[in-house]
Design a binder for this molecule. Sequence first.
Ligand SMILES: [Zn+2]
Length: 118
Amino acid sequence: MWTASSCYYLAYAPTSRAKCVGHVPTLRATKIAKGELRLGSSNSLIPHSPNKPLTSWKHWTCVSSETISSMRLQYGDITTIPGYATLTPDDKERVRVTWNEAGVYRGTTEDSEEQPIV
Ligand SMILES: [Zn+2]
């Protein structure tokens, strides 16, 4: 059976015009600042509409663990995600941490307590 194929890629925002789609709908979409790490996703099953861009973007920090799981299924290894190789070492590390901790609650650093993963 043919399944939905999404395509993900990592990139730095070239402009600050794209809006993040990762926020809950009741909040106003936040723009992704120029130079920020973002995840692009395009779904080949959604017909292209002239009013909607084919690719949607999220701040890397707004990517859900469901998305990470789906990326894992698709790419298996983090280094095969398109765009990963172009990231700075710091951002590669950020992406790797999220990738490895998908499904784990990521709170703010101020109020999150270190908990050993058993
Ligand atoms: Zn966001």
